[in-house]
Design a protein around this ligand. Sequence first.
Ligand SMILES: *[C@@H]1O[C@H](CO)[C@@H](O)[C@H](O)[C@H]1NC(C)=O
Ligand SMILES: *[C@@H]1O[C@H](CO)[C@@H](O)[C@H](O)[C@H]1NC(C)=O
Ligand SMILES: *[C@@H]1O[C@H](CO)[C@@H](O)[C@H](O)[C@H]1NC(C)=O
Ligand SMILES: *[C@@H]1O[C@H](CO)[C@@H](O)[C@H](O)[C@H]1NC(C)=O
Length: 500
Amino acid sequence: MNNIHRSTSPQTLISEKPNYRWPLIPVSVIILLSFLIFYYYSLSLTTNAHFPVSSKTLKSNMNQCSSQIVALGEKFLWYAPHSGFNNQLLEFKNAILMAGILNRTLIVPPILDHHAVALGSCPKFRVLDPKELRISVWDHMIELIQGGRYISIAEIIDISPLVSSSLVRVIDLRDFVSIWCGISLDLACLNDSKVQSSFNFRQKQCGSLLAGVHGSVDKCVYAVNDDCRTTVWTHHSGNEDGMLDSFQPNEQLKKKKNVTYIRRRRDVFKTLGPGSGAESASLLAFGSLFTAPYKGSQSYMDIHESVQDPRIRSLIDKTKFLPFVSEIVSAGKEFANATIKAPFLCAQLRLLDGQFKNHQKAAFNGLQQKLESLQQKGPLPIHIFLMTDLPGENWADTYLGDLISDSLHYKVYFLREDDELVRQASKKLKEAGYEQRFVPYSDKAADKKYCFNQRLPDALLYVEQTVCSCATLGFVGTAGSTISENIELLRKFGLCSGQS
Ligand SMILES: *[C@@H]1O[C@H](CO)[C@@H](O)[C@H](O)[C@H]1NC(C)=O
Ligand SMILES: *[C@@H]1O[C@H](CO)[C@@H](O)[C@H](O)[C@H]1NC(C)=O
Ligand SMILES: *[C@@H]1O[C@H](CO)[C@@H](O)[C@H](O)[C@H]1NC(C)=O
Ligand SMILES: *[C@@H]1O[C@H](CO)[C@@H](O)[C@H](O)[C@H]1NC(C)=O
Protein backbone atom coordinates (compact mmCIF):
# COMPACT_ATOMS: atom_id res chain seq x y z
CA MET A 1 0.00 0.00 0.00
CA ASN A 2 2.34 2.57 1.30
CA ASN A 3 4.79 3.53 -1.34
CA ILE A 4 7.25 5.27 0.89
CA HIS A 5 10.55 3.48 0.92
CA ARG A 6 13.34 5.15 2.70
CA SER A 7 15.74 2.60 1.22
CA THR A 8 14.93 3.88 -2.24
CA SER A 9 15.33 7.51 -1.33
CA PRO A 10 16.68 8.87 -4.56
CA GLN A 11 20.42 8.41 -4.58
CA THR A 12 20.75 10.33 -7.74
CA LEU A 13 19.28 13.37 -6.10
CA ILE A 14 21.71 13.25 -3.25
CA SER A 15 24.92 12.22 -4.87
CA GLU A 16 25.07 14.64 -7.73
CA LYS A 17 26.25 18.06 -6.98
CA PRO A 18 28.59 18.56 -9.85
CA ASN A 19 30.68 21.58 -10.60
CA TYR A 20 28.55 22.32 -13.51
CA ARG A 21 28.49 25.98 -13.97
CA TRP A 22 29.95 27.28 -17.08
CA PRO A 23 31.72 24.13 -18.05
CA LEU A 24 32.95 25.55 -21.31
CA ILE A 25 35.22 28.25 -20.07
CA PRO A 26 38.42 27.46 -18.23
CA VAL A 27 38.68 28.75 -14.70
CA SER A 28 41.76 30.82 -15.37
CA VAL A 29 40.08 32.67 -18.21
CA ILE A 30 37.16 33.58 -16.01
CA ILE A 31 39.35 34.85 -13.21
CA LEU A 32 41.35 36.92 -15.62
CA LEU A 33 38.22 38.28 -17.23
CA SER A 34 36.69 39.12 -13.89
CA PHE A 35 39.71 41.23 -13.13
CA LEU A 36 39.65 42.95 -16.48
CA ILE A 37 35.97 43.65 -16.26
CA PHE A 38 36.21 44.82 -12.70
CA TYR A 39 39.02 47.16 -13.70
CA TYR A 40 37.03 48.42 -16.65
CA TYR A 41 34.02 49.15 -14.51
CA SER A 42 36.03 50.74 -11.73
CA LEU A 43 37.42 53.09 -14.33
CA SER A 44 34.04 53.90 -15.77
CA LEU A 45 32.75 54.45 -12.28
CA THR A 46 35.45 56.91 -11.32
CA THR A 47 34.99 58.80 -14.54
CA ASN A 48 31.32 59.03 -13.89
CA ALA A 49 31.79 60.28 -10.39
CA HIS A 50 32.88 63.64 -11.80
CA PHE A 51 29.61 64.17 -13.55
CA PRO A 52 26.13 64.57 -12.28
CA VAL A 53 24.28 61.44 -13.22
CA SER A 54 22.02 62.66 -15.95
CA SER A 55 20.12 60.15 -17.96
CA LYS A 56 22.31 61.12 -20.86
CA THR A 57 25.59 60.03 -19.30
CA LEU A 58 23.87 56.91 -18.04
CA LYS A 59 22.70 56.19 -21.50
CA SER A 60 26.05 56.60 -23.16
CA ASN A 61 27.50 54.17 -20.67
CA MET A 62 24.72 51.77 -21.21
CA ASN A 63 25.19 51.58 -24.91
CA GLN A 64 28.16 49.35 -24.69
CA CYS A 65 29.03 45.94 -23.58
CA SER A 66 32.66 45.65 -22.67
CA SER A 67 34.63 44.15 -25.52
CA GLN A 68 35.78 41.41 -23.15
CA ILE A 69 32.21 40.25 -22.74
CA VAL A 70 31.64 40.15 -26.42
CA ALA A 71 34.93 38.28 -26.85
CA LEU A 72 33.73 35.61 -24.44
CA GLY A 73 31.59 34.26 -27.20
CA GLU A 74 29.24 32.72 -24.66
CA LYS A 75 25.59 33.57 -25.24
CA PHE A 76 23.15 34.04 -22.39
CA LEU A 77 19.42 34.13 -21.86
CA TRP A 78 17.44 35.65 -19.04
CA TYR A 79 13.78 36.27 -18.41
CA ALA A 80 11.47 37.84 -15.86
CA PRO A 81 9.83 35.42 -13.43
CA HIS A 82 6.75 36.64 -11.56
CA SER A 83 3.70 35.83 -9.44
CA GLY A 84 3.69 32.90 -7.02
CA PHE A 85 6.22 30.10 -6.70
CA ASN A 86 4.53 27.56 -8.91
CA ASN A 87 4.08 30.16 -11.58
CA GLN A 88 7.78 30.86 -11.36
CA LEU A 89 8.47 27.16 -11.65
CA LEU A 90 6.45 26.94 -14.86
CA GLU A 91 8.42 29.82 -16.30
CA PHE A 92 11.68 28.23 -15.22
CA LYS A 93 10.80 25.09 -17.16
CA ASN A 94 9.92 27.16 -20.21
CA ALA A 95 13.16 29.09 -19.85
CA ILE A 96 15.17 25.87 -19.83
CA LEU A 97 13.42 24.89 -23.02
CA MET A 98 14.03 28.27 -24.68
CA ALA A 99 17.68 28.18 -23.66
CA GLY A 100 17.97 24.72 -25.17
CA ILE A 101 16.33 25.71 -28.43
CA LEU A 102 18.39 28.87 -28.77
CA ASN A 103 21.56 27.19 -27.46
CA ARG A 104 22.17 29.86 -24.84
CA THR A 105 23.36 29.62 -21.24
CA LEU A 106 20.37 30.09 -18.99
CA ILE A 107 20.73 32.67 -16.23
CA VAL A 108 19.09 31.07 -13.20
CA PRO A 109 17.01 33.59 -11.22
CA PRO A 110 16.14 33.71 -7.52
CA ILE A 111 12.75 32.76 -6.16
CA LEU A 112 10.76 35.97 -5.97
CA ASP A 113 8.48 36.75 -3.05
CA HIS A 114 4.89 35.72 -3.58
CA HIS A 115 3.38 38.19 -6.03
CA ALA A 116 6.15 40.74 -5.53
CA VAL A 117 6.09 41.05 -9.32
CA ALA A 118 2.87 40.55 -11.24
CA LEU A 119 2.25 40.15 -14.94
CA GLY A 120 -1.44 40.99 -15.32
CA SER A 121 -3.83 39.11 -17.51
CA CYS A 122 -2.98 37.87 -20.97
CA PRO A 123 -6.49 37.04 -22.12
CA LYS A 124 -7.51 40.57 -21.21
CA PHE A 125 -4.53 42.05 -23.01
CA ARG A 126 -3.60 43.88 -19.87
CA VAL A 127 -0.05 42.97 -18.97
CA LEU A 128 3.09 44.73 -17.91
CA ASP A 129 5.53 45.38 -20.74
CA PRO A 130 8.45 42.96 -20.86
CA LYS A 131 10.79 45.86 -20.13
CA GLU A 132 8.85 46.98 -17.06
CA LEU A 133 8.68 43.41 -15.90
CA ARG A 134 12.45 42.96 -16.20
CA ILE A 135 13.06 46.17 -14.26
CA SER A 136 10.73 45.03 -11.48
CA VAL A 137 12.48 41.68 -11.29
CA TRP A 138 15.85 43.35 -11.09
CA ASP A 139 14.77 45.72 -8.32
CA HIS A 140 13.22 42.88 -6.37
CA MET A 141 16.36 40.81 -6.81
CA ILE A 142 18.41 43.61 -5.22
CA GLU A 143 15.93 43.75 -2.35
CA LEU A 144 16.28 40.04 -1.80
CA ILE A 145 20.04 40.35 -1.62
CA GLN A 146 19.95 43.32 0.71
CA GLY A 147 17.50 41.50 2.94
CA GLY A 148 19.71 38.40 3.03
CA ARG A 149 16.85 36.42 1.54
CA TYR A 150 18.18 35.53 -1.87
CA ILE A 151 17.72 31.91 -2.81
CA SER A 152 18.16 30.58 -6.32
CA ILE A 153 15.33 28.53 -7.79
CA ALA A 154 17.93 25.87 -8.51
CA GLU A 155 18.52 25.54 -4.77
CA ILE A 156 14.92 24.33 -4.47
CA ILE A 157 14.36 22.61 -7.80
CA ASP A 158 16.86 19.96 -8.77
CA ILE A 159 18.16 20.54 -12.27
CA SER A 160 21.45 18.73 -11.83
CA PRO A 161 20.49 15.80 -14.13
CA LEU A 162 19.68 18.25 -16.93
CA VAL A 163 22.91 20.10 -16.45
CA SER A 164 25.18 17.11 -16.06
CA SER A 165 23.76 15.58 -19.22
CA SER A 166 24.58 18.86 -20.99
CA LEU A 167 21.01 19.37 -22.09
CA VAL A 168 21.25 22.90 -20.79
CA ARG A 169 24.02 25.20 -19.60
CA VAL A 170 23.29 27.44 -16.63
CA ILE A 171 24.84 30.24 -14.62
CA ASP A 172 23.56 31.77 -11.41
CA LEU A 173 22.27 35.32 -11.83
CA ARG A 174 24.65 36.57 -9.11
CA ASP A 175 27.67 35.16 -10.89
CA PHE A 176 26.46 36.42 -14.20
CA VAL A 177 26.12 39.92 -12.76
CA SER A 178 29.54 39.84 -11.17
CA ILE A 179 31.15 38.76 -14.42
CA TRP A 180 29.06 40.72 -16.84
CA CYS A 181 28.76 44.00 -14.97
CA GLY A 182 31.79 43.64 -12.73
CA ILE A 183 29.70 44.11 -9.61
CA SER A 184 30.14 42.04 -6.53
CA LEU A 185 26.68 41.72 -5.07
CA ASP A 186 28.32 41.21 -1.68
CA LEU A 187 28.62 44.98 -1.52
CA ALA A 188 24.86 45.18 -1.22
CA CYS A 189 25.10 44.05 2.38
CA LEU A 190 27.94 46.29 3.54
CA ASN A 191 26.65 48.84 5.98
CA ASP A 192 28.60 51.77 4.67
CA SER A 193 26.88 54.68 3.02
CA LYS A 194 29.72 55.36 0.60
CA VAL A 195 29.87 51.78 -0.57
CA GLN A 196 26.10 51.74 -0.76
CA SER A 197 25.77 54.74 -3.02
CA SER A 198 28.46 53.51 -5.39
CA PHE A 199 26.89 50.08 -5.34
CA ASN A 200 23.47 51.50 -6.04
CA PHE A 201 24.73 53.49 -8.95
CA ARG A 202 26.39 50.49 -10.49
CA GLN A 203 23.61 48.05 -9.86
CA LYS A 204 21.14 50.44 -11.49
CA GLN A 205 23.39 50.74 -14.51
CA CYS A 206 23.71 47.00 -14.77
CA GLY A 207 19.97 46.50 -14.28
CA SER A 208 19.13 49.01 -16.99
CA LEU A 209 21.44 47.31 -19.41
CA LEU A 210 20.06 43.85 -18.65
CA ALA A 211 16.46 44.99 -18.73
CA GLY A 212 16.92 46.72 -22.07
CA VAL A 213 15.77 50.06 -20.68
CA HIS A 214 17.39 51.80 -23.59
CA GLY A 215 16.46 49.10 -26.01
CA SER A 216 18.71 46.56 -27.57
CA VAL A 217 22.43 47.23 -27.67
CA ASP A 218 24.38 45.92 -30.60
CA LYS A 219 26.24 42.65 -29.90
CA CYS A 220 25.42 43.11 -26.24
CA VAL A 221 21.75 42.88 -25.38
CA TYR A 222 18.74 41.91 -27.40
CA ALA A 223 15.58 42.81 -25.51
CA VAL A 224 12.57 40.76 -26.56
CA ASN A 225 9.56 43.02 -26.34
CA ASP A 226 7.01 40.74 -27.96
CA ASP A 227 4.68 39.43 -25.31
CA CYS A 228 1.48 37.44 -25.13
CA ARG A 229 -0.49 40.28 -26.69
CA THR A 230 1.19 39.83 -30.03
CA THR A 231 3.09 36.58 -30.03
CA VAL A 232 2.76 32.85 -29.49
CA TRP A 233 6.17 31.21 -29.74
CA THR A 234 6.28 27.91 -31.61
CA HIS A 235 9.10 25.76 -32.83
CA HIS A 236 9.19 23.55 -35.91
CA SER A 237 5.49 23.18 -36.17
CA GLY A 238 4.90 22.93 -39.87
CA ASN A 239 4.92 26.15 -41.82
CA GLU A 240 2.82 28.19 -39.46
CA ASP A 241 5.57 30.71 -38.73
CA GLY A 242 3.97 34.13 -39.07
CA MET A 243 0.42 32.86 -39.21
CA LEU A 244 -2.36 34.38 -37.16
CA ASP A 245 -3.14 32.65 -33.89
CA SER A 246 -6.68 31.39 -33.38
CA PHE A 247 -7.17 33.66 -30.38
CA GLN A 248 -7.37 37.39 -31.15
CA PRO A 249 -8.67 40.36 -29.20
CA ASN A 250 -12.31 40.95 -30.03
CA GLU A 251 -13.65 44.11 -31.61
CA GLN A 252 -15.14 45.38 -28.38
CA LEU A 253 -11.77 45.20 -26.63
CA LYS A 254 -9.97 46.80 -29.54
CA LYS A 255 -12.39 49.70 -29.48
CA LYS A 256 -12.46 50.10 -25.75
CA LYS A 257 -8.71 50.07 -25.39
CA ASN A 258 -7.92 51.61 -28.74
CA VAL A 259 -5.44 48.87 -29.52
CA THR A 260 -4.71 47.01 -32.67
CA TYR A 261 -3.13 43.86 -31.39
CA ILE A 262 -2.67 41.01 -33.79
CA ARG A 263 -1.44 37.76 -32.36
CA ARG A 264 0.88 35.78 -34.55
CA ARG A 265 2.46 32.38 -34.17
CA ARG A 266 6.19 32.69 -34.63
CA ASP A 267 8.97 30.17 -34.65
CA VAL A 268 11.30 31.16 -31.85
CA PHE A 269 14.37 29.65 -33.51
CA LYS A 270 13.75 31.48 -36.76
CA THR A 271 12.95 34.74 -34.99
CA LEU A 272 15.68 34.78 -32.37
CA GLY A 273 18.13 32.06 -33.37
CA PRO A 274 20.98 31.86 -35.90
CA GLY A 275 20.61 34.31 -38.77
CA SER A 276 18.30 36.61 -36.81
CA GLY A 277 19.00 40.06 -35.44
CA ALA A 278 19.24 38.57 -31.98
CA GLU A 279 21.93 36.07 -32.77
CA SER A 280 24.96 38.27 -32.19
CA ALA A 281 23.74 39.63 -28.87
CA SER A 282 25.59 38.25 -25.90
CA LEU A 283 22.43 38.47 -23.81
CA LEU A 284 18.90 37.72 -24.91
CA ALA A 285 16.30 39.10 -22.51
CA PHE A 286 12.74 37.84 -22.45
CA GLY A 287 9.94 39.22 -20.32
CA SER A 288 7.51 36.72 -18.87
CA LEU A 289 7.79 33.14 -20.06
CA PHE A 290 4.49 32.16 -18.56
CA THR A 291 2.03 30.35 -20.74
CA ALA A 292 -1.33 28.70 -20.16
CA PRO A 293 -4.01 27.26 -22.38
CA TYR A 294 -6.75 29.73 -23.22
CA LYS A 295 -9.71 29.26 -25.55
CA GLY A 296 -8.10 26.49 -27.53
CA SER A 297 -4.82 28.34 -27.85
CA GLN A 298 -1.76 28.97 -25.69
CA SER A 299 -1.21 32.39 -24.20
CA TYR A 300 2.49 32.68 -25.07
CA MET A 301 4.35 29.45 -25.87
CA ASP A 302 3.13 26.49 -27.84
CA ILE A 303 6.07 24.14 -28.22
CA HIS A 304 5.58 20.42 -27.98
CA GLU A 305 6.96 17.01 -28.81
CA SER A 306 6.41 17.20 -32.53
CA VAL A 307 9.80 18.92 -32.66
CA GLN A 308 12.20 16.79 -34.73
CA ASP A 309 15.45 17.56 -32.97
CA PRO A 310 15.96 14.69 -30.47
CA ARG A 311 17.82 17.01 -28.07
CA ILE A 312 14.87 19.38 -27.84
CA ARG A 313 12.42 16.49 -27.62
CA SER A 314 14.38 15.11 -24.73
CA LEU A 315 14.45 18.52 -23.08
CA ILE A 316 10.68 18.90 -23.41
CA ASP A 317 10.26 15.47 -21.91
CA LYS A 318 12.63 16.08 -19.01
CA THR A 319 11.32 19.52 -18.07
CA LYS A 320 7.78 18.19 -17.65
CA PHE A 321 8.80 17.11 -14.21
CA LEU A 322 11.58 18.70 -12.19
CA PRO A 323 11.75 17.36 -8.63
CA PHE A 324 12.50 19.28 -5.48
CA VAL A 325 16.04 18.93 -4.16
CA SER A 326 16.71 16.05 -1.79
CA GLU A 327 16.64 18.19 1.38
CA ILE A 328 12.97 18.93 0.73
CA VAL A 329 11.96 15.52 -0.54
CA SER A 330 13.35 13.75 2.51
CA ALA A 331 11.63 16.17 4.91
CA GLY A 332 8.26 15.56 3.22
CA LYS A 333 8.75 11.81 3.24
CA GLU A 334 9.78 11.86 6.86
CA PHE A 335 6.61 13.68 7.87
CA ALA A 336 4.44 11.19 6.00
CA ASN A 337 6.26 8.19 7.40
CA ALA A 338 7.18 9.21 10.91
CA THR A 339 4.39 11.59 11.90
CA ILE A 340 1.28 10.58 9.96
CA LYS A 341 2.36 6.93 9.86
CA ALA A 342 -0.80 5.77 8.08
CA PRO A 343 -2.45 6.01 4.68
CA PHE A 344 -3.74 9.58 4.35
CA LEU A 345 -5.56 12.04 2.15
CA CYS A 346 -4.03 15.38 1.19
CA ALA A 347 -6.28 18.42 0.97
CA GLN A 348 -4.86 21.58 -0.55
CA LEU A 349 -7.28 24.43 -0.03
CA ARG A 350 -6.49 27.80 -1.48
CA LEU A 351 -9.01 30.06 0.21
CA LEU A 352 -7.70 33.60 0.36
CA ASP A 353 -5.81 34.87 -2.66
CA GLY A 354 -7.73 36.81 -5.31
CA GLN A 355 -10.25 34.72 -7.21
CA PHE A 356 -10.11 31.91 -4.63
CA LYS A 357 -11.87 33.95 -1.93
CA ASN A 358 -15.12 33.60 -3.82
CA HIS A 359 -14.93 29.85 -4.17
CA GLN A 360 -14.44 28.75 -0.59
CA LYS A 361 -17.70 26.86 -0.55
CA ALA A 362 -16.85 24.85 -3.64
CA ALA A 363 -13.45 23.99 -2.17
CA PHE A 364 -15.00 22.72 1.07
CA ASN A 365 -17.69 20.79 -0.82
CA GLY A 366 -15.09 18.92 -2.85
CA LEU A 367 -13.28 17.87 0.31
CA GLN A 368 -16.49 16.88 2.07
CA GLN A 369 -17.56 14.62 -0.79
CA LYS A 370 -14.20 12.92 -0.90
CA LEU A 371 -14.27 12.32 2.84
CA GLU A 372 -17.77 10.90 2.74
CA SER A 373 -16.77 8.39 0.09
CA LEU A 374 -13.66 7.43 2.07
CA GLN A 375 -15.74 6.92 5.20
CA GLN A 376 -17.84 4.31 3.50
CA LYS A 377 -14.84 2.35 2.39
CA GLY A 378 -12.12 2.48 4.94
CA PRO A 379 -11.22 2.40 8.60
CA LEU A 380 -11.69 5.39 10.89
CA PRO A 381 -10.36 7.87 11.68
CA ILE A 382 -9.38 9.12 8.25
CA HIS A 383 -5.96 10.73 8.28
CA ILE A 384 -5.87 14.06 6.48
CA PHE A 385 -2.91 16.27 5.69
CA LEU A 386 -4.10 19.81 5.23
CA MET A 387 -2.31 22.64 3.45
CA THR A 388 -4.10 25.94 3.21
CA ASP A 389 -3.43 29.65 3.15
CA LEU A 390 -6.20 30.24 5.72
CA PRO A 391 -4.49 30.97 9.06
CA GLY A 392 -5.23 28.44 11.80
CA GLU A 393 -7.05 30.94 13.99
CA ASN A 394 -9.70 31.32 11.29
CA TRP A 395 -10.45 27.63 10.90
CA ALA A 396 -12.98 27.37 13.70
CA ASP A 397 -15.87 28.91 11.79
CA THR A 398 -15.33 26.84 8.67
CA TYR A 399 -15.61 23.23 7.63
CA LEU A 400 -12.03 22.81 8.82
CA GLY A 401 -13.18 23.50 12.36
CA ASP A 402 -15.73 20.68 12.02
CA LEU A 403 -13.04 18.31 10.84
CA ILE A 404 -10.71 19.06 13.69
CA SER A 405 -13.37 18.71 16.36
CA ASP A 406 -14.64 15.40 14.97
CA SER A 407 -11.75 13.27 16.19
CA LEU A 408 -13.80 10.11 15.94
CA HIS A 409 -13.83 10.33 12.17
CA TYR A 410 -10.87 12.46 11.28
CA LYS A 411 -7.30 13.06 12.30
CA VAL A 412 -5.97 16.25 10.81
CA TYR A 413 -2.27 17.03 10.31
CA PHE A 414 -0.65 20.19 9.08
CA LEU A 415 2.73 21.91 9.05
CA ARG A 416 3.78 25.36 10.15
CA GLU A 417 6.85 27.36 9.29
CA ASP A 418 8.22 27.11 12.81
CA ASP A 419 7.79 23.34 13.07
CA GLU A 420 11.07 21.62 13.77
CA LEU A 421 10.86 19.50 10.63
CA VAL A 422 10.44 22.56 8.42
CA ARG A 423 13.17 24.47 10.24
CA GLN A 424 15.56 21.56 9.82
CA ALA A 425 14.79 21.38 6.11
CA SER A 426 15.45 25.13 5.81
CA LYS A 427 18.73 24.76 7.62
CA LYS A 428 19.84 21.95 5.36
CA LEU A 429 18.87 24.00 2.33
CA LYS A 430 20.93 26.87 3.60
CA GLU A 431 23.93 24.66 4.27
CA ALA A 432 23.68 22.98 0.88
CA GLY A 433 22.94 26.37 -0.67
CA TYR A 434 25.23 28.47 -2.65
CA GLU A 435 28.66 26.95 -2.33
CA GLN A 436 27.62 23.39 -2.87
CA ARG A 437 25.16 23.69 -5.68
CA PHE A 438 26.90 26.39 -7.59
CA VAL A 439 30.62 26.42 -7.64
CA PRO A 440 31.45 28.55 -10.59
CA TYR A 441 35.13 29.09 -10.33
CA SER A 442 35.81 26.27 -7.91
CA ASP A 443 38.28 27.25 -5.17
CA LYS A 444 37.92 30.94 -5.91
CA ALA A 445 34.35 30.89 -4.66
CA ALA A 446 35.37 29.39 -1.34
CA ASP A 447 36.90 32.56 0.05
CA LYS A 448 34.01 34.75 -1.00
CA LYS A 449 31.84 35.63 1.94
CA TYR A 450 28.52 35.81 0.23
CA CYS A 451 25.96 37.68 2.16
CA PHE A 452 23.16 35.71 0.58
CA ASN A 453 20.81 33.49 2.54
CA GLN A 454 21.52 35.13 5.82
CA ARG A 455 18.04 34.14 6.80
CA LEU A 456 16.70 30.63 6.63
CA PRO A 457 14.92 30.03 3.35
CA ASP A 458 11.22 29.42 3.57
CA ALA A 459 10.75 25.70 2.94
CA LEU A 460 7.18 25.19 4.10
CA LEU A 461 5.39 25.32 0.76
CA TYR A 462 7.80 22.85 -0.83
CA VAL A 463 7.73 20.40 2.05
CA GLU A 464 3.94 20.54 2.08
CA GLN A 465 3.77 19.74 -1.62
CA THR A 466 6.07 16.80 -1.08
CA VAL A 467 3.92 15.45 1.75
CA CYS A 468 0.93 15.68 -0.58
CA SER A 469 2.79 13.69 -3.21
CA CYS A 470 2.97 10.89 -0.60
CA ALA A 471 -0.77 10.82 0.17
CA THR A 472 -1.95 7.30 -0.69
CA LEU A 473 -5.64 7.91 -0.05
CA GLY A 474 -5.75 10.58 -2.70
CA PHE A 475 -5.52 14.29 -3.23
CA VAL A 476 -8.15 17.02 -3.20
CA GLY A 477 -6.83 20.27 -4.63
CA THR A 478 -8.26 23.67 -5.46
CA ALA A 479 -9.38 24.13 -9.04
CA GLY A 480 -7.32 26.73 -10.86
CA SER A 481 -4.48 26.76 -8.34
CA THR A 482 -1.00 26.25 -9.76
CA ILE A 483 0.01 24.65 -6.45
CA SER A 484 -2.65 22.04 -7.04
CA GLU A 485 -1.40 21.45 -10.58
CA ASN A 486 2.12 20.99 -9.34
CA ILE A 487 1.05 18.47 -6.71
CA GLU A 488 -0.78 16.46 -9.36
CA LEU A 489 2.41 16.47 -11.36
CA LEU A 490 4.54 15.37 -8.40
CA ARG A 491 2.10 12.53 -7.76
CA LYS A 492 1.99 11.48 -11.39
CA PHE A 493 5.75 11.30 -11.61
CA GLY A 494 6.08 9.53 -8.28
CA LEU A 495 8.20 12.04 -6.40
CA CYS A 496 7.46 10.22 -3.15
CA SER A 497 8.36 6.76 -4.35
CA GLY A 498 11.54 8.14 -5.82
CA GLN A 499 10.95 6.76 -9.29
CA SER A 500 10.38 9.33 -11.93
C1 LIG B 1 9.57 4.87 8.46
O1 LIG B 1 9.86 5.16 9.81
C2 LIG B 1 10.30 4.05 10.56
C3 LIG B 1 10.51 4.52 11.99
O2 LIG B 1 9.59 5.48 12.36
C4 LIG B 1 11.56 3.50 9.97
O3 LIG B 1 11.97 2.37 10.69
C5 LIG B 1 11.32 3.13 8.52
O4 LIG B 1 12.53 2.73 7.92
C6 LIG B 1 10.76 4.30 7.75
N1 LIG B 1 10.41 3.87 6.41
C7 LIG B 1 10.58 4.61 5.36
C8 LIG B 1 10.14 4.01 4.08
O5 LIG B 1 11.06 5.72 5.40
C1 LIG C 1 25.92 25.61 -28.80
O1 LIG C 1 26.76 26.53 -28.14
C2 LIG C 1 27.98 25.97 -27.76
C3 LIG C 1 28.71 27.01 -26.92
O2 LIG C 1 28.54 28.28 -27.36
C4 LIG C 1 28.74 25.54 -28.98
O3 LIG C 1 29.98 24.97 -28.61
C5 LIG C 1 27.92 24.54 -29.76
O4 LIG C 1 28.56 24.20 -30.96
C6 LIG C 1 26.55 25.08 -30.06
N1 LIG C 1 25.72 24.04 -30.61
C7 LIG C 1 24.99 24.21 -31.69
C8 LIG C 1 24.16 23.05 -32.14
O5 LIG C 1 24.98 25.27 -32.31
C1 LIG D 1 23.99 50.09 9.81
O1 LIG D 1 24.45 51.35 10.26
C2 LIG D 1 23.49 52.11 10.95
C3 LIG D 1 24.10 53.44 11.31
O2 LIG D 1 25.04 53.84 10.38
C4 LIG D 1 23.04 51.37 12.19
O3 LIG D 1 22.04 52.12 12.86
C5 LIG D 1 22.51 50.01 11.82
O4 LIG D 1 22.20 49.26 12.97
C6 LIG D 1 23.54 49.25 11.00
N1 LIG D 1 22.97 48.00 10.56
C7 LIG D 1 23.62 46.84 10.62
C8 LIG D 1 22.89 45.66 10.13
O5 LIG D 1 24.75 46.75 11.06
C1 LIG E 1 -6.08 55.56 -30.88
O1 LIG E 1 -4.68 55.35 -31.07
C2 LIG E 1 -4.13 56.00 -32.19
C3 LIG E 1 -2.66 55.63 -32.29
O2 LIG E 1 -2.41 54.41 -31.78
C4 LIG E 1 -4.32 57.52 -32.06
O3 LIG E 1 -3.84 58.16 -33.21
C5 LIG E 1 -5.79 57.83 -31.85
O4 LIG E 1 -5.94 59.21 -31.61
C6 LIG E 1 -6.35 57.05 -30.69
N1 LIG E 1 -7.80 57.28 -30.57
C7 LIG E 1 -8.41 57.54 -29.44
C8 LIG E 1 -9.87 57.74 -29.48
O5 LIG E 1 -7.78 57.65 -28.37
